[in-house]
Ligand binder design. Sequence first.
Ligand SMILES: Nc1ncnc2c1ncn2[C@@H]1O[C@H](COP(=O)(O)OP(=O)(O)OP(=O)(O)O)[C@@H](O)[C@H]1O
Length: 232
Amino acid sequence: MSLVVAEAITKDYQTGDIIIRAIGGISFAIDPASFVSFIGPSGSGKTTLLNIIGCLDAPTSGRLTVAGTDVGTLDRRQGAAFRGANIGFIFQDFNLLPVLTAYENIEYPLIMVQKVPPEERRRRVTALLETVGMADQAKKRPDQLSGGQKQRVAIARALVTNPKIVLADEPTANLDSHTAHTVIELMKKIRDERRTTFIFSTHDQKLVDEVEILFTLEDGLLKNQNNGEDKP
Ligand SMILES: Nc1ncnc2c1ncn2[C@@H]1O[C@H](COP(=O)(O)OP(=O)(O)OP(=O)(O)O)[C@@H](O)[C@H]1O
């Protein structure tokens, strides 16, 4: 069964009297353990779509099913709970809390979102610090870490709630090419080990080269679909 199923999704933004159709009625499905990216020019709707898949925003029409739940039927509170249980987020500027250490940043969702008991928190955070190769940097704050190290912490934070899906908007945009490559390899390894689905939006050719499914957006419409077999 597909993990994400979008059926004829549209998204309109209204600014004053003007309505902008950001997503123009698109359908797609994403399977578990996929490594997928939406690409397309600036303004083509990538971020809008990621926000919809992440249940941060609702489509104007159409239906979105995530992990078997028709997310359009959830109210705000249910949507937040669903997000906390099923979806992790990675951002291009890392979005770590500056006053917390790497360890505390990773632990944060377990306290704020899932209310996990202390011993289980310690177990999960320690294991993830190992997974992302940051065990020896656990006590450092974000301003003491490099860009690649910050993104490793952000990846661990996205995974600590054991989400089925990790959404990442331009996760390699602020990384040099060697670091970007290492971070992409790390996410692939995690996908292989944990069967987490990674869904990206990117302009970065390095990431485009590594994903297995590409969805190309143009003016809010899906232009073509490429399952990787004839990817350039
Ligand atoms: N909150 C908003 N209010 C009004 N219009 C918006 C809003 N957010 C996005 N849009 C418009 O919707 C369209 C799609 O924007 P979106 O940010 O999804 O594109 P994108 O492909 O992610 O672009 P980029 O690559 O530049 O980040 C654009 O025309 C944009 O101006």
